[in-house]
Design a protein around this ligand. Sequence first.
Ligand SMILES: Nc1ncnc2c1ncn2[C@@H]1O[C@H](COP(=O)(O)OP(=O)(O)OP(=O)(O)O)[C@@H](O)[C@H]1O
Ligand SMILES: [Mg+2]
Length: 502
Amino acid sequence: MNERASSPVLRVTGLSKSFFGVPVLQDAALQLHAGEVHGLVGENGAGKSTLMKVLAGVHERDAGTVEIDGTPVDFHHPTQAHAAGLSTVFQEFNLLPDRTVAENVFLGREPRSGLLVDRRAMNARTGDLLEDLGVTSIRPTTTVSSLSVAQQQIVEIAKAISYDARIISMDEPTAALAGPEVELLYAIIRRLRARGTAILYVSHRLREIFDLCDTITVLKDGRVVGTEPASAMDDASLVRMMVGRPISAYFPDEEPGTEAGRELLKVEDGGNDQLDAIDLTLRAGEIVGVAGLQGSGRTELVEAVFGVHPFTRGRMELDGRPYTASSPRQAVRQRIALITEDRKSQGLSLDQSVLDNVLGVIRSVFPRRTPEARRAAPGVLSSLEVVARDLDQEVQYLSGGNQQKVVLAKWLAVDPRVVLLDEPTRGIDVGAKIAVYQLMRRLAAEGRAILMVSSELPEVLGMSGRILVMRDGRIAGELPPGSTEEQVLQLATGARTEGATP
Ligand SMILES: Nc1ncnc2c1ncn2[C@@H]1O[C@H](COP(=O)(O)OP(=O)(O)OP(=O)(O)O)[C@@H](O)[C@H]1O
Ligand SMILES: [Mg+2]
C-alpha cells in the first residue's frame, strides 16, 4: 500500500516560534504517516530540537497548527502530548539519576496497589518493556546514575515507547551509542515502524538517515528547505541541501608537510582496575584513532592518560620525560587536553557565558595567560563557526552542537601538546564536523599529537593514521590506514581477522 495515500497521523502547518524576538522556526510544515520513519536534518541551530519541543508541548508555538489524525491539538505540557499518543526522546536526558530504571520509566504514573506504589508490578512491567526491546543488559532495579550514557539513552527510549505512542520523535537518539547499541536501536525502530508507529528522527549521522528513513525533511535557519523521499537523495545532495553549498571533501587531506615526528606520549604496560597491558606511542603530527565497542575501555584509556582515573601500573612519558597524571589539573599543566563526549557534566557550565566557558580552564590553570586567551577567543569561536548571539550569551541557550563547539574552543585555549578527543563530533552538524576535521589536521600539522576515540567508524577510518582497536580493557590490535570497517569490527568483537598486528 502506498503510505502517501493514507492521511497523515501528524500534520504541522505554518509553525512559527521565536525566542526573545529571534525567529527560530518560520512557517514550518511537516507530515508524518503511520509506519513512516521521517528524518529531520539540518545544521546546528536550524531549529530541529525546537520543533520537537513545540510538538511535545514543552514550548508554546507562536503561530501554526498541529493536527493529530486530523484533530487540531495544542499541548502545554508533555503529559498532554503523551495522552494524545505523541512521545518524545529529548536531546538532553531527563532521567532522575538517583532513581531506579523502573521508577524513571513510570515516573508520575506508578502502578499502585491501594495507596502504595506497587514496586513489584512496576519492575516487572519495566522488565517486560526492556525485554520486548531486546535489551538484556539493563535491570529495572538499577539506579540510573550507575548506567552508562548509552544505557541511559536506551532507558529514555524505553520510557517513550512505554506510553504506547503512535508518534515518537527522537532527537539524536544515537549520539551516545556505539556499534551494537545502534543496531539495537535500528531493530527497535524497525519494530515500531512495522507496528505502524510514525517516527520523527533527528540525527547528524547521514548514514543513519539513509539506513532508517523513508522520508527526509531538511530545516535551514528555521525554515523547511524541502521534503524528499530518502530514495531520491544521496549524501552529496542532502549535504548540499543542508548547508546550501556543495562540499568537496568530507574528510580533509593531511596538510602539506605534516609528518610523524618525535614521540610525544608514550604509555608502557599501563593498567588500572579497568585497563590492562596498554602500550601506546603517540608522535607529534599524528592522528591516532581509537575504536572499540561501548565498554571496551576507550574512554577509560583517555581518562587514564588525563588523570581522571589514572593508571596504577606501568609508566608514561611525555616528550621524553617521565609523566604522571594523578589529576586532570596535572595533565592540563603539562598541556594535555581532553575533549569529552559528555559536554553537560564534564565540559560546560551551562549558566555561564560563552566567553567564561572558553576561558574556564585557562583561568584556573594558567591564570597569567587569561588576557591573551581572551583576545584570541573570538577568532577561535568563529573558526569553529559557533553560532551565538554574542560572547556573553549563556551557553544553555545555544543549540546542542554549538555547545559542543564551545567545549572545543575552551580546550584549544590551553595550547595543548597532546589532544585527547572522546567523541569529538557528537551532535555536531556536517558543516561543523568538517570544521572540526580541518582543525584536527591543522593541530597535527602544528606538531601536536591527537588521540581520537570515536564510535563513528567512517570518522575513525577517514581521519586516523593508525587505528587502535580496544576490547575488554586492552588494545586488541592496531590497524594501518586504509583498513575497513569490517576489520575494525572483527577486532573489536574478537572475531579472527587478517592484516591486524595483535
Ligand atoms: N530556550 C531557548 N531560549 C532562547 N533561544 C533558544 C532556546 N532554545 C533554542 N534556542 C535557539 O534556537 C535556535 C535553534 O535551536 P535548536 O536547539 O532547535 O537547534 P537544533 O537544530 O536542534 O540544533 P542542534 O543540531 O545543534 O541540536 C538556536 O539558535 C538556539 O540558540
Ligand atoms: Mg538539537
